[in-house]
Design a protein around this ligand. Sequence first.
Ligand code: ATP
Ligand code: MG
Length: 429
Amino acid sequence: MHSIKEILSDEFIGKQVTVHGWVYRTRSSGKIAFVVLRDSSGIVQSVANISTLGDEKFKVISSLGIESSVELQGTVKKDDRAITGYEIEVTGYKVYQRNESFPITKDKGEEFLLDNRHLWLRSQEFSAVLKVRSTVFKAFADFFYSEGYYQVQAPFMVSTATEGGTTLFKVPFFGSEVSLTQSAQFYLETMIFSLEKVFTISPSFRAEKSRTWRHLTEYWHGEAEVAWVDNSGMMDIEERMIHFIIRRVLEENLPELAILGRDAGDLRRWTEPFLRMTYSDLIKGAQETGMNIRYGDDLGSDEEKQIMIHYDRPVFVTHYPKELKTFYHRPDPENPGELLCHDLLAPEGYGEIIGGSERIWDPEQLKERMEEYKLNPEDYYWYMDLRKYGSVPHSGFGLGLDRAIMWICKLDNIKNAIPFPRTIRRTKP
Ligand code: ATP
Ligand code: MG
């Protein structure tokens, strides 16, 4: 048994092979049939001859519908006219399942494809996204292991909000209620006191009521927290991490990038240093492009899209006004109205993929900020305790993995970066 990718090589010319897969397309002229087969590794053309197979067997193979599952036996030939340069001359086959037709055809609309996501996953485009996705998840973990971090896990059912009450999902819990986690951050913060450098990959849940091209209600979150690191040190780590992921994708996924229409040259540019600027300078720059925006305005999907269309590499934006972010980011001691925080905005209009900061580590300051946000420090007693017993300067971040994949794969909607998107209107399939 061979994979299709394996046999697409001069070494296999003249050899007898057996491959498994699904019918990608067929064409028959009565005496000769071309069956293009795909498996997870690639596609290959095969040619079936009535003179080799006999009438009966030829009739079956030449009328297989798309996505029928088969095993083919045959000899490999080089043929420049074949779709991937080689061809299998079929000597025998076995049909596992014969389909008359496949529901997905070219002219289907977006909703239809979402209803049939379980089948659409087989498309070349989606398989390519899934492969890049696999690389990105692994690279994220590999990067942190290579820098001496520990992988940890936090609970998904929680009773402490990190990102405010408006996007919390409530779940019944033995006569009371819990929420689904919005971020593992607070739990990661507890673990730096034993491990110093920790990371996790887990889903985060946000009841996002506005439908945008970059929000899911359940998304995959790569997060890290690290002791003794300040805001700019944190950005250094994140920049190395993104460079590491991009290099991995370049090593492993050139064919997939080509299928997706993403130029590998774009990725090479993102392995160079990122830009860094303050929120205030970003706003000034945006005003110079004619955008109607003022210092203090929040940057949502649309604003970031308009701004980032002008950049060809990622930009760290620091020092947001404190009104724009939640309570745990550390105010800049030189200018307490602004925070020692950063968002990493992806170029080409993609916008925020990371939110991170230096965390407040002084107990009094944390209490003050919570009061400004009308939060009860008692509800956060365990988070406050971290500031009471051996508190240390520390920083952390969260990367939206689906957003990063959308950007790397040049997709126009985050729903196409995850196999089964969950949005306000969709929980099926
Ligand atoms: P946004 O402003 O785009 O709503 P956020 O500032 O609320 O994002 P953070 O709380 O900073 O997001 O979360 C960290 C990261 O998680 C974000 O930078 C983003 O990449 C990702 N993220 C946040 N919300 C979502 C979502 N609803 N769907 C997908 N990814 C998300
Ligand atoms: Mg953010």
